[in-house]
Design a protein around this ligand. Structure first.
Ligand SMILES: [Fe+2]
Length: 285
């Protein structure tokens, strides 16, 4: 990419791509070291810091937008103060973030997981200052395929469908538990349930594993696999860039249809249930 600090990169071989995708389908996550260069990492961190420090961007983040655009407020564990720590919708902010969507071998891995012609469905940077994290165990969104009480789990012969997933890209070294690594419970996307406990959840003998990584390493995450960011109790700031990719059908069904234009005067007079159903809100809200 001309003039971009982000390289085009190369896909992995077909065999390696297949092997990584299979590991992802089996475990619910896969760790891939050494994908981004130190120069790319530095450029992404510098941009992130500049946006977090930009008073104009903070200004645009008025109370109405705070939860859904640019910056979500989190609680600072040490002081009780609230601080921004997620930079949202980064593709609007700078070409460097858009270039990251095309970076290989990331895009070809995304296609191996959610299918060809996959679509962008989110990009954020998490900047966890010391003491700051979302440290409760969870799945992203809801349980997509819940089992009944009588069912111990999903049949291991199934491949659990992946409608969308997250590529996590470390922009700082995370070498110790104190630095707040992402943690996963292997295979838990087959449980059909949320985490069985907040204290060391376990699935069929699999205990939490921590992703210790260097800046430039990436790891892929099934949103249904139990996970958390361990609390960052070090004195280092933790940076993670996340890109999310969805299956084409989901884009058509959930994104494109929500964007079908409705005349402005019809929106003005529409009742609240229709607006809510269409995913719109009144301009004044
Ligand atoms: Fe999550």
């Amino acid at each position: 990419m001309a003039n971009s600090p982000i390289l085009s990169g190369e896909p992995f071989s077909q065999e390696k791509t297949h092997e990584l995708a299979e590991q992802f389908f089996r475990d619910g996550f896969v760790y891939i070291p050494g994908v981004l260069t130190p120069e790319e990492v530095t450029a992404l961190r510098d941009k992130t810091d500049a946006f977090f420090d930009d008073p104009e961007l903070a200004e645009r983040t008025n109370p109405h937008l705070a939860d859904v655009r640019y910056i979500q407020m989190g609680s600072h564990a040490n002081s009780g103060e609230t601080l921004p720590f997620i930079l949202r919708n980064t593709i609007e902010l700078d070409p460097i973030f858009r270039d990251m969507l095309l970076r290989e071998p990331i895009l070809s891995l995304a296609e191996a997981i959610v299918g060809e012609n996959c679509k962008f469905c989110g990009q954020n940077v998490l900047r966890n200052l010391p003491g700051l994290s979302i440290s409760s165990w969870h799945v992203d969104g809801s349980i997509h395929f819940p089992v009944s009480d009588e069912m111990p789990r999903h049949d291991p012969r199934l491949r659990m469908p992946v409608m969308w997933f997250t590529v996590q890209m470390a922009l700082s070294d995370i070498d110790t538990l104190e630095e707040g690594p992402t943690q996963y419970v292997r295979g838990s996307h087959y449980s059909g349930r949320g985490p069985n406990t907040q204290e060391n959840p376990e699935f069929e003998g699999n205990k939490p594993v921590s992703i210790f990584c260097k800046a430039g390493d990436i790891y892929l995450q099934d949103p249904q696999c139990w996970h958390r960011g361990a609390p960052n109790v070090s004195n280092k700031t933790r940076y993670i860039l996340q890109s999310q990719y969805a299956a084409y059908w989901a884009y058509w069904r959930f994104n494109l249809c929500n964007g079908v234009p409705v005349p402005e005067d019809a929106l003005q007079t529409a009742d609240d249930r229709l607006l809510s159903l269409l995913g719109r809100s009144r301009p004044s809200e």
